[in-house]
Design a protein around this ligand. Structure first.
Ligand SMILES: [Zn+2]
Ligand SMILES: [Zn+2]
Ligand SMILES: [Zn+2]
Ligand SMILES: [Zn+2]
Length: 392
């Protein structure tokens, strides 16, 4: 079996019809069906899950793919039973209107289980992308001169395609999937299909010829796979390794999306150094020094924990609670994503606290003042006692 795996937008799914003109088919082409789903993801540059079909269905190469619910089709086509779906007791059907280069998919909407609709649509797309309409020179798979066996093979292929499209294996493999609920959560897939997919994940071995496509899919999905959300300040960011939030220093991170709230990022070069001094706007920062030659600001944003973090347990003893770190940080990071300690930009007052909007030096001052006040109060309450009420 020879399959072309051209990348990007060059993939022409129609070329597959030349690949095989035979109308006899006696086995399910599993790997081909999987590969074509991944090719489609790549071709459409789909980079997040769940797949939003509404974004992708209008244009398909030179072809148009129109998807309608049964109710919409009744209205639009002015037919009692569009594509004879009820008569054929089908869930969905696709018609290839050859003259107009249009594929029309009509499906019966499952209002109770909307996730089932994804599957139904993906299955129909599978028939199109896998070339079933071309290889078997039929306008509608039900009406073609297919044997029962051939028909069930094509059905199986469309199923495999749909599963790979909705729950792409290279993406799932990048997550720490523990249960079928994880899959259903990420892919918005049905309970039953997620369960089957979980089993497949355990037994899956990557064939060599799928390797290149797996890599590209992982690259396209990189941000989706590694996006994190802080439950404390709600910042979203992308990192493969972060344990702490760069904005508030919290370690309550979950996978997922929220808003990019703190866009006050200072532009840094590849060595982590600011192009322009954020304090005095000096633009001549291309020397070897980490510090601004005008105002002395440290222009490299990095973790300030260079000696490790210790906790005093008593006068003579202390325990190490964090190893030295000192790693470079992003331009908007107040805290190191690896160890949660403040960054150089933060302690210099260049970036403000996410919550109080104060600078780090201001906050330290406030803290010192509070302590002073507290000490004064303690002194004030102790003083009268010691002066007047001494019983001896
Ligand atoms: Zn089908
Ligand atoms: Zn946070
Ligand atoms: Zn400066
Ligand atoms: Zn650190």
């Amino acid at each position: 079996m020879k399959i072309s795996t051209t990348s990007g937008n060059n993939w022409n799914f129609l070329s597959i019809s030349k690949e095989r003109k035979t109308k006899t088919l006696n086995h399910t082409r599993k790997q081909r069906s999987r590969l074509f789903a991944l090719e489609y993801i790549n071709y459409k540059n789909i980079n997040s899950l769940p797949i939003k079909f509404s974004d992708y269905n209008t244009l398909f190469g030179n072809y148009e793919w129109i998807v309608m619910t049964y109710e919409e089709a009744k209205e639009a086509l002015k037919k009692d039973d569009p594509l004879n779906i009820r008569r054929k007791t089908a869930l969905a059907r696709t018609l290839h209107m050859r003259g107009d280069n249009i594929f029309l998919t009509v499906y019966i909407e499952n209002k109770k289980y909307p996730r089932q609709n994804y599957y139904t649509i993906a299955h129909e797309l599978g028939h199109i992308v896998l070339g079933h309409f071309f290889d078997f020179e039929t306008t509608s798979l039900f009406n073609g001169g297919l044997t029962k066996k051939q028909y069930s093979i094509l059905e199986r292929e469309a199923e495999i395609f749909a599963a790979e499209l909705i729950m792409p294996m290279p993406v799932l493999k990048s997550f720490k999937i523990k249960s079928y609920e994880d899959i259903a959560d990420i892919c918005k897939s049905t309970k039953s299909s997620s369960k089957i997919r979980l089993k497949e994940m355990h037994t899956f071995k990557l064939p060599n010829y799928l390797m290149p496509r797996y890599k590209t899919i992982k690259t396209i999905f990189h941000d989706f796979i590694y996006k994190k959300k802080c439950l404390e300040c709600r910042q979203s960011f992308v990192s493969e390794t972060a344990k702490y939030c760069p904005i508030c220093g919290n370690n309550r991170l979950v996978r997922g999306d929220d808003k990019m709230i703190y866009n006050d990022s200072i532009k840094l070069d590849k060595n982590g150094k600011a192009y322009i001094c954020p304090r005095c706007s000096n633009e001549e920062t291309k020397d070897n020094s980490a510090y601004c030659k005008i105002c002395g600001t440290n222009l490299i944003n990095k973790c300030t924990n260079t000696k490790g973090i210790y906790e005093e347990i008593d006068f003579n003893n202390r325990v190490k609670i964090k190893d030295p770190c000192g790693k470079l940080a992003e331009g908007n990071a107040r805290y190191c994503i690896h160890c949660g300690e403040p960054t150089t930009f933060y302690i210099q007052g260049i970036l403000r606290d996410w919550n109080t909007k104060k600078t780090y030096p201001q906050m330290k001052q406030d803290e010192a003042k509070k302590q002073e006040e507290a000490a004064k109060q303690v002194a004030a309450t102790i003083a009268p006692i010691s002066d007047e009420d001494i019983p001896f």
